[in-house]
Each structure stands twice: as C-alpha cells, then as structure tokens.
Design a protein around this ligand. Structure first.
Ligand code: PGA
Length: 241
C-alpha cells in the first residue's frame, strides 16, 4: 500500500482524478469503478470538466462499488449520484454504464448478474472512500477479508453518515446495501482510497498504524501492492509523525 499525503480536499480530489485520467488515457478499454458520497464529489467535478474539454471516454466502462437498497430515484441512491454528478453533465457518454439495482426484490439474482459483469469487465481502477469506522463500501467492521459481493446491513454510524450526507431522517435512511466484497475490492488492478477530514482521522490511524484485521476492514489494503491511499492533513492528524 502506498500512502500519498496531501494538503487538503482539493489536492486530494485533483491527485485522485489524475490517477483515473491516466487509466482512461492509457488503457485500450478502460474499466473504472467509482464510489459516491461526500469524498469523491471534487473528483467527479474534475472528471466532468475534463470530459467536456475532450477527455475521450467513448471506450470506457463505468461501474460502481455499491448501491443502497431502495427506490431507484431515492435521493440517496448511487444511481442518482452518478447521474446528477456525472452522466447528466457530460457531453459524451461512456461505452458502458453498469450500476447495481438496489430496487430489486431479488438481491441474489442481482448479485449474480453483477458478479458476471465483474468477471467480464476486470476493473482497471476501483475508487473508494473510508467510513468513519474504517469500512470500505458496505463492508463493515467484522466482515471477513475473503467476502465477495453481498447484501450488507449498515452499522449505525454508517446510517448516521447517510442521513447527514443526504439530509434525510432515520426512517428515510436506507439500512441495507449491495456492495462489492473486500476480496473483489482488492482485485482491481489499482485500488484508490481517498480520505479527507478530521472525522476520518481515527479510521486513518487504524488503517495505517493499527492491526491488519477484519475489525478494520480498510486494513486489507495494507497488504495490497496495488493500493494507493490519498490522505489530507486533517485526516492524517492523529498519525504518529
Ligand atoms: P463519505 O463516505 O465519502 O460520504 O465520507 C465514505 C464512506 O462511508 O465510504
């Protein structure tokens, strides 16, 4: 795992974007798997700007890390985020968009469908954010490192983060999510984790200085040669210097 320290959210977003841009520019049929939430908003802005200035995504496949269980048009869905912050804003569309369907009644079939896509479209890069409890996707603490795509139950801290991010009540907030498992996350050619803010400082400390254990799901990345973590000063503030 390589750790890159940056000053702030903007620098994190720019550096993260540059790595994704490199994949898009250098791979023949790039497969880019994105995540959503507060962390990647800046990266998405760079992506939109550059695509509209000519970055060619006509051969690129876009996938996603996870999806909340709920109606497709609910304010919190990954689908909504991807459309509002990317697909609706760009003047050319990617070759393929493969999102998960969190509105399904049949999670098992949806997992099977998406796992087949993962096999047919090996990811060149997987973008990630870090939970305040060090989760990746919806792999909450305690999830074994060899887990593959599953329907996860959120821990309370994750539900609280979703409520805050989308301005919704406890009743409105989704409690379950389809998510790639830790095994699949680590399998992407490059795994890119962005972390910003003081509220992530303890999770960053656990990730970088704690034990490698399912109690800290993100610690799986410590043993991944293909993992890059970009951390800003606030998120790094509890690390032993
Ligand atoms: P955030 O979420 O980017 O909204 O902080 C990260 C995560 O929980 O995975």
């Amino acid at each position: 795992m390589e750790v890159i320290y940056v000053k702030d959210y903007e620098e994190m977003s720019k550096k993260g974007f540059e790595l994704i841009k490199k994949v898009i520019e250098t791979k023949e049929s790039p497969v880019v798997s994105l995540n959503t939430g507060g962390t990647p908003k800046g990266l998405f802005q760079h992506l939109v700007e550059e695509i509209n200035q000519g970055l060619d995504i006509s051969n690129t496949t876009i996938m996603s890390l996870d999806e909340y269980m709920g109606p497709k048009d609910a304010v919190y869905t990954v689908r909504n985020f991807m459309h509002k912050r990317l697909f609706d804003l760009i003047e050319q569309q990617p070759k393929n968009i493969f999102l998960m369907d969190g509105s399904t009644e049949d999670a098992e079939s949806e997992i099977k469908r998406y796992k087949e896509l993962l096999e047919n479209y090996p990811r060149d890069i997987q973008l990630l954010g870090l939970g305040t409890n060090a989760h990746l996707g919806a792999n909450e603490p305690g999830t074994p490192f060899d887990t593959t795509m599953f329907l996860a139950q959120h821990h309370e801290s994750t539900i609280q983060s979703t409520m805050k991010e989308y301005g919704i009540t406890r009743e409105e907030a989704p409690t379950e999510m389809l998510t790639l498992g830790l095994k699949e996350i680590a399998e992407a050619e490059t795994v890119l984790l962005l972390v910003s803010g003081k509220h992530k400082a303890q999770a960053v400390k656990d990730l970088i200085e704690g034990e490698i254990s399912p109690d800290c799901p993100a610690s799986i990345l410590r043993e991944c040669k293909n993992a890059i973590v970009i951390v800003d000063e606030d998120a790094a503030s509890l690390l032993n210097k």
